[in-house]
Ligand binder design. Structure first.
Ligand code: IMP
Ligand code: MG
Length: 173
């Protein structure tokens, strides 16, 4: 039987989310911001985050890259499955990711988005997991930082399961 060890509870998620939303609201004041959620994992995080960001000019889009599949080991081969629809040329972009692990997915996505000529591209992640980082990526806004472990819940999946859990757990198989 898989074991679920609580890592980040509901209250802590909300607290960190509010803090992050405030920082984004301050930093992008008076600017036009395009939030790009990385499907599928960021869907809950982005939905909760945008409702707490206090900016007048926000647009939302989604992008999807290939994910882990049924494995818990990151694949180095990243394939774009869904591109953005909004024209981001000259715009401030915030890429919203569920979890940054090796950093390879984000590195690939940032490089891809740079082709459209945005004014800036920054990164917001719900979880910044540092143990296996392979690229020198900057997570500009991180809600929570963890060292290690395979996490599920609040959008994070294992083989498409457990995304609906309202809290974040360490999954031990
Ligand atoms: P990276 O390319 O290694 O940074 O991996 C990023 C992607 O792998 C994330 O967007 C997640 O979809 C997935 N991932 C990495 N770590 C975890 C985890 O602990 N739980 C669930 N998915 C994860
Ligand atoms: Mg993901």
């Amino acid at each position: 039987m898989p074991e679920f060890i609580p890592v980040i509870g509901k209250d802590e998620i909300q607290r960190q989310l509010s803090r992050t939303a405030k920082a984004i609201s301050t930093d992008y004041k008076g600017r036009e911001l395009v939030l790009i959620g990385v499907l599928k994992g960021a869907f809950l995080f982005l939905a909760d985050l945008v409702r707490q960001i206090n900016l007048e000019n926000i647009k939302i889009d989604f992008i999807q890259a290939s994910s882990y599949g049924a494995d818990t080991i990151s694949s180095e081969k990243i394939v774009l499955k869904k591109d953005i629809d909004i024209d981001i040329r000259g715009k401030d972009v915030l890429l919203v990711e569920d979890i940054v692990d090796t950093g390879l997915t984000l590195t690939h996505l940032i490089r891809h988005l740079q082709n459209f000529g945005p004014k800036s591209v920054k990164v917001c992640a719900m979880v910044d997991k540092s143990e296996r980082r392979e690229t020198a990526i900057t997570v500009d806004y991180a809600c929570v930082a963890v060292q290690e472990g395979f996490l599920v819940g609040y959008g994070l999946d294992y083989a498409e399961d457990y995304r609906n859990l309202p809290e974040i757990y360490h999954l031990k198989l």
